[in-house]
Design a protein around this ligand. Structure first.
Ligand SMILES: *Cc1c(COP(=O)(O)O)cnc(C)c1O
Length: 417
């Protein structure tokens, strides 16, 4: 967060005033700090020096092409969950052998593209998927590397929408069934069993659930060994949380040391899939105050960004800090910051104490670098916001704001209308 600071009362990213970017491209826009991303990558990679590993950034957190190119240059791979993400990853220059592919609903076409790209492995989430991958491997004449995503049934103590490793979740294969599937997979002609995978949820603020999951995976690895099934990779997923308000997640080095300590005796190459922890606090959403509306019950600050730009508050009741872009020492007041969308759930902050902002002023919605732009939509036929990357004193628009033409470019009116 240290790259977003006030200089002479104006919020800057690096040395660039956010008011300057807003003048050039209008609002709303996402702004990412390259320095912060670099710092976060280093915080993750430094403790892993000397550990055989590959970090595969979870692309669904932020799939901006320029950011991905930067990740590629830093030696990172990616975890993809769709054919579209695979396409963008390859376009950004991520080598196929640094790509892992997760997700419960991979289509045949997506599987074929990934096989052709020579990915490191598929993280398989069901028996039927395993059958399809084997069949496609046969058609394409390839032996396809896979791991099974194991659902270890641990409670990550996070928001229910972002917990993935409990038996009630749709993700992964439970431990008992995983044994059967590994036995089956190891006999398939076009499957190469290379790894074992688990990802239990997102925004975890404690190492314990990770360690609990690892204990269970280790037992499974030992059982499979007795069946002569061995691995190259242990994929430990992502999920490390960040501070939005007052959460105190472990520092990456403490999380990584705890994990490495638990698994080093296995002698496997470790795969990590961090998303939020790399980009979450490296990005903000800048929006402009359109109106203030004071009712008898509440004060609403109506801004030009809504739930279509940043859905996390509406979807998870997530907290994002709200900072005025111009710090004018205004008194604090309690307001709802709401968007223009025709939904009562369209808010960025509720009953929040913030410095008074008036019409035309800018505010920054903090910690919006992960699951921000990637979850944006065109609801209410609103154009998606622009994305900007700042590197100290220089900046570039890396995604143009959508135009009205873009909104209807794929649509047509048939003759019978
Ligand atoms: C979403 C996801 C991640 C990344 O989660 P973060 O909480 O952003 O670190 C990693 N692996 C898989 C399989 C995911 O679905």
């Amino acid at each position: 967060m240290h790259d977003f600071t006030y200089q002479k009362g104006i919020l800057c990213c690096g040395d660039v005033a956010l008011t300057k970017i807003a003048e050039e491209i209008g609002t709303p826009f996402y702004c990412y700090s390259l320095a912060t991303i670099k710092r976060h990558i280093d915080a993750f990679e430094d403790p892993l020096k000397g550990v055989d590993h590959q970090t595969c950034f979870s692309m669904k957190a932020n799939s901006n092409l320029a950011l991905l190119r930067y990740m590629a240059k830093q030696g990172l791979g990616v975890d993809v969950v769709s054919g579209g993400e695979l396409y963008k990853a390859l376009k950004a220059g991520i080598p196929g052998n640094k790509i892992v592919y997760s997700g419960v609903g991979k289509t045949m076409q997506e599987i074929d593209s990934a096989i052709n790209a020579g990915i490191m492995m598929f993280n398989v989430e069901s028996e039927e998927e395993l059958d399809v991958i084997n069949a496609r491997g046969s058609v394409l004449g390839k032996k396809v590397p896979i791991s099974i995503r194991v659902n270890p049934d641990v409670d990550p103590m996070t928001h229910p929408y972002i917990s993935t490793g409990m038996k009630k979740n749709k993700f992964g294969i439970d431990i008992e069934t995983a044994i059967k599937q590994y036995l089956k997979a190891s006999k398939m002609r076009n499957i190469d069993v290379v790894g074992i995978d688990c990802h239990i949820g997102s925004q975890l603020t404690d190492v314990k659930p990770f360690i609990d999951a690892i204990e269970r995976i280790k037992l499974l690895i030992a059982t499979l060994k007795t069946h002569d099934i061995h691995f190259k990779y242990l994929d430990l997923g992502g999920g490390l949380g960040i501070t939005y308000l007052d959460e105190e997640p472990p520092h990456p080095k403490d999380y990584l040391h705890a994990i490495v300590e638990k698994v080093k005796e296995l002698g496997l190459k470790l795969i990590f899939e961090p998303g939020r922890v790399i980009v979450g606090n490296a990005g903000i959403l800048v929006t402009k105050v359109l109106y203030r509306k004071e009712t008898r019950h509440k004060t609403f600050v109506i801004v030009d960004a809504g739930m279509n730009d940043l859905i996390r508050p509406s979807l998870y009741n997530a907290y994002h800090g709200i900072w005025p872009v111009e710090d004018q020492g205004e008194a604090l007041e309690i307001v709802d910051i709401v968007g223009p969308i025709c939904e009562s759930g369209d808010f960025l902050a509720k009953d929040r104490e913030v410095a008074k902002v008036t019409q035309g002023k800018l505010i920054a919605v903090m910690s919006a670098g992960a699951y921000g732009f990637t979850m944006s939509s065109n609801y209410n036929s609103r154009t998606k916001p622009a994305e900007v990357i700042v590197d100290q004193s220089q900046y570039a628009i890396v995604t143009k704001r959508q135009s009205y033409d873009d909104l209807s470019s794929l649509e047509s009116v048939p003759e019978f209308i």
